[in-house]
Structure formats: structure tokens, C-alpha cells
Ligand binder design. Structure first.
Ligand code: NAP
Length: 282
């Protein structure tokens, strides 16, 4: 069984990016609103990776009760600041702003949208692999994880469980761009177990602890677990790792699988954004 170790694959990606960061000198800005503890921990990891590659970074920490107008002013300032290569607003936002998330994402200049959540960058994914310029970081991390461990995608049946705009849908399109045959499952899917059992590659992005059990996965399948849950027994993913590890040919752990790949992909997007801004890349 191959352990799809995101710490190893992300370290390799960051090492690859280091000389590019040195030459291009991009700057990444994190916008945090409020004090959500999970967000604070994700931001810490992102800042750590910036430091690992020597990328300039700034943490804009806004008050929990900030108005939409003030947040939009911050976004507008970052859009027009030529020294800022890329930025993102860490989600989830405080309750009073959650309904405005689409407008907030829309307000970010697509050239600086390193989370890749905006319609422009998501739309480009649909064209082809060559147009995946600023893909959402988690789907990009999943693909990179599979590629790092030489997992063949073309011709395989990939089943993605989850259809969120940030994970499920874009990763499905990126797998399709690499010639997988893709099924996308969601909460209204009928016969989920039977569909998952047909998969050569399972992408579990469902947000339910250990929902994907060993009897749902065929012998020798590749499993990427995107979920992350804090339970009384510690962190776990959307799959039952212990039960699956002796049945599959490859599986990603939680923690240490997709998480570090997401962070490294965000850094990669910032490098790509800079290359495109200065015209050294199409
Ligand atoms: N490691 C990382 O870097 C990283 C990054 C992002 C997210 N995550 C984790 O990944 C997981 C998914 O994230 P997300 O943002 O995509 O979650 P989400 O927006 O909550 O989407 C969950 C998806 O799963 C589907 N679903 C829910 N219950 C289901 C069921 N019983 N059967 C089949 N499908 C079901 C939902 O279907 P409907 O559309 O029909 O509601 C939805 O499409 C979460 O655990 C999240 O914390 C990890």
C-alpha cells in the first residue's frame, strides 16, 4: 500500500517553488475576519509555508464585527496595491457576513484570486488542463498528490463524493481534464455504495467522519481523503483509514494528506499569479 503522504509531496512542491519565489519575489496576503480557532490554525500553516519558501507575506486581521463595507474596502485596497501578488479571505466568515460570501469572492481581482474560488478562475478550469491557471487550492493539491506518487488518472473511473464549489466540483473537472471517467456523488445520490464500489480512484470530500467504509471500496482502489474532523479521539477524515489501509493500493492519511497539499498549492498559485502579472507566463 502506498501512503499518499502529503507532508512528503508538499515538501517537494515547496522545494520546487523556492527558487521561483526568490526570483519573482511575490507577496501573499491573508485576510482573517474574527477569531475562529480552526481558521487561525489554517492561517498558521499557510504562514509557515510562506516562511519555508521565503515568500513575503502579510496577515490582515480584521475585527469579528467588521461591516461588509469595511471588508470590501480592504479587498479593494488589496486589489489595487501593486505590491500585493495574491490574497484570500479565510473562510468561514463570521455569521453576519456568511450570506455575502459570493459577493466577497466576486470582489477579489481574478488575477490575485489565489484561492481560485472566483467564477473567472473556476470557469477557466472547464476549458482544459492548460487553462487551470489559478485552480482552487484543495483540488490542485489532490491532483498534485496523485501525480507525486505516480498514480495513473487517465482512463480510470474516479468517483468524487461531494460537489462543493471549492472541492468536489472542481476536482471532478480537473480529473476529467486528465482523462478520468468521473462520477460525482452528493447527498441526493441513489445507490452511493454501489457507485463508490466501482471506483478506481475515490475522492472523499463529503464532510462526514469515517463515512466511507471498507465495504464501500473495491480491492486495490486509490483513496484520497479530503475530510478533516476534530473528534474526541483526535483528527480523522471522511474515510475509515484503519479499515481501508489493508484493502486499497494507496490512501492519504488525515492529518498529513490533503491538508499540507492545499497549503502548498496556495503558495504555488501565488507564484503563478506573479508570473502571469509580469507576463512571463501565458
Ligand atoms: N484538507 C483540506 O485542505 C480541506 C479543504 C477543504 C475542505 N476540507 C474538508 O473536506 C470536506 C468537504 O469539504 P467541502 O467544503 O466540500 O464540504 P461541503 O461544502 O459541506 O460539501 C459536502 C458535500 O458532500 C455531500 N454530502 C453530504 N452528505 C452526504 C451523504 N450522506 N452522501 C453523499 N454526499 C453527501 C454534500 O451534498 P449536497 O451538495 O447534496 O449537500 C456536499 O456536496 C470537509 O470535511 C472539509 O472540512 C478539507
Amino acid at each position: 500500500m502506498i501512503l499518499l503522504d502529503g507532508k512528503v509531496a508538499s515538501a517537494a512542491l515547496l522545494e520546487f517553488l523556492k527558487p521561483m519565489v526568490e526570483t519573482l519575489n511575490p507577496k501573499l496576503v491573508v485576510v482573517q475576519v474574527g477569531n475562529d480557532p480552526a481558521s487561525a490554525s489554517y492561517i498558521k500553516q499557510k504562514v509557515k509555508s510562506c516562511e519555508a519558501v521565503g515568500m513575503r507575506h502579510e496577515h490582515v486581521h480584521l475585527d469579528e464585527g467588521i461591516t461588509l463595507e469595511s471588508l470590501m474596502e480592504t479587498i479593494s485596497r488589496l486589489n489595487s496595491d501593486e505590491d500585493v501578488t495574491g490574497f484570500f479571505v479565510q473562510l468561514p466568515l463570521p455569521k453576519h457576513l456568511q450570506g455575502n460570501e459570493p459577493d466577497i469572492i466576486k470582489a477579489i481581482d481574478p488575477k490575485k484570486d489565489i484561492d481560485g474560488f472566483g467564477a473567472y478562475n473556476l470557469g477557466k478550469l472547464f476549458l482544459s488542463k492548460e487553462f487551470e491557471h489559478l485552480p482552487p487550492a484543495t483540488p490542485a493539491g489532490i491532483i498534485r498528490l496523485l501525480e507525486h506518487f505516480d498514480i495513473e488518472i487517465a482512463g480510470k473511473h474516479a468517483v468524487v463524493i461531494g460537489r462543493s464549489n471549492t472541492v468536489g466540483k472542481p476536482v471532478a473537472i480537473m480529473l476529467l481534464n486528465r482523462n478520468a471517467t468521473v462520477s460525482i456523488c452528493h447527498s441526493k445520490t441513489q445507490g452511493l455504495e454501489d457507485i463508490v464500489r466501482q471506483a478506481d480512484i475515490v475522492i472523499a470530500a463529503v464532510g462526514k467522519p469515517k463515512m466511507i467504509t471498507a465495504d464501500m471500496v473495491k480491492e486495490g482502489a486509490v483513496v484520497v481523503d479530503v475530510g478533516i474532523h476534530r473528534t474526541d479521539e483526535g483528527l480523522c477524515g471522511d474515510t475509515d483509514f484503519d479499515a481501508l489501509k489493508d484493502k486499497v493500493s494507496a490512501i492519504s492519511p488525515v492529518p498529513g494528506g490533503v491538508g499540507p497539499m492545499t497549503v502548498a498549492s496556495l503558495i504555488r498559485n501565488c507564484v503563478t499569479a506573479k508570473e502571469r502579472q509580469i507576463g512571463v507566463r501565458d
